[in-house]
Design a binder for this molecule. Structure first.
Ligand SMILES: [Zn+2]
Ligand SMILES: [Zn+2]
Length: 323
């Protein structure tokens, strides 16, 4: 839950609180509005660890009543947020507005944008602390990053060496280590974490807003928890690996992927049970330009593998798509 409603332990500028609630899927009434949607999903980064110039690292924004909530902060997250402002007209994603984020797990492709998220909006004028929710280890990662940039914080907030634009509160981070259950609630959203199956402690997140339910998988093998979290949700954003693309990867990666990621065939089966209104594929190891990675699948190949096994509405997500 938010800091205002709790009494977390404080460690300097890092705060940690453990959030333990029952998983109450049935406890979330889902009122619907009949007017224009108040909730938008903005795909900030749909790529994977590859240094693909067309796909930033994993990052998704759920924007509710002009308030942004991020899930993961891969490479390029803040610049993609600004691109959503100038190219898509999503003014809520102005970098200084970014101050609540949820991380699915601590793999680098989902977190290398963390220091960008801490520093860039602050340098640009954010005056409130970041509230970060994630698995065990997010507190230690936060402490180390803050220590690494100690000189920057000190000089920018010093009247002699700073520009006068940055206040100390704006680079503080409240890091909340979570467990499965409701981890955050305000007037716009209830956010529920559910356990996923990956190479480390990992969570997917379900957002219940006044007009939509949105589920984001993070990196995971297929899990019943994801199906239970969705159950007819409006939008399911799920990672996926192309079968054809996977067959071109080394055997060691194939073994890793079979334990910790999801193939198109597996996702088709999962989505058939979960029944989302819209299935968005992300973290999909595709190459939009063959010269970036000749072995990767194309979006068309990925989509055809899914569509031949799944009759619901499915799209391949691209950076800066808005749903
Ligand atoms: Zn991962
Ligand atoms: Zn990943």
């Amino acid at each position: 839950m938010r800091d205002a409603n709790r009494r977390p332990w404080r460690f300097g500028v890092v705060t940690i609180s453990f959030v333990l609630f029952a998983i109450p899927w049935v406890a979330h009434p889902q009122p619907r509005t009949t007017g224009p949607s108040r909730t938008h999903v903005v795909l900030l980064g749909t790529g994977d660890p590859a240094a693909d110039p067309d796909q930033s690292g994993p990052a998704t924004a759920v924007v509710v009543n002009d308030t942004p909530y991020l899930v993961d902060f891969g490479a390029g997250v803040v610049r993609r947020a600004k691109a959503a402002v100038v190219d898509r007209g999503i003014k809520a994603l102005e970098p200084t507005n970014l101050h609540v984020a949820f991380v699915t797990h601590l793999h680098s492709d989902h977190t290398v944008g963390y220091v960008d998220l801490i520093l860039t909006p602050w340098v640009l004028g954010r005056r409130v602390p970041l509230e970060i929710y994630g698995p065990s280890g997010i507190k230690a990662m936060t402490e180390h990053l803050l220590e690494a940039y100690r000189v920057d914080f000190a000089t920018r907030t010093n009247p002699e060496t700073g520009s006068g634009r940055q206040v100390a509160e704006g680079h503080a981070v409240n890091a909340h280590e979570i467990r499965a259950g409701v981890v955050y609630k305000d007037d716009n959203v209830t956010v529920t974490a559910f356990p996923t199956k990956h190479a480390m402690e990992s969570y997917g997140y379900r957002f219940d807003t006044p007009d939509r339910t949105i589920v984001i998988s993070g990196d995971t093998n297929p899990t019943q928890a994801t199906i239970d979290a969705c159950r007819g949700c409006d939008v399911l954003i799920h990672e996926v690996q192309s079968l054809a693309g996977l067959a071109r990867r080394p055997p060691a990666f194939q073994r890793f992927a079979s334990k910790y990621h999801t193939t198109t065939a597996q996702l088709a089966e999962l989505a058939t049970q979960a029944k989302p209104g819209l299935l968005i594929l992300y973290h999909h190891a595709i190459a939009l330009r063959p010269e970036v990675n000749p072995d990767a699948s194309s979006p068309a190949e990925l989509l055809s593998e899914l569509s031949m096994r799944y009759s619901g509405h499915v799209v391949v997500g691209h950076d800066l798509d808005v749903y």
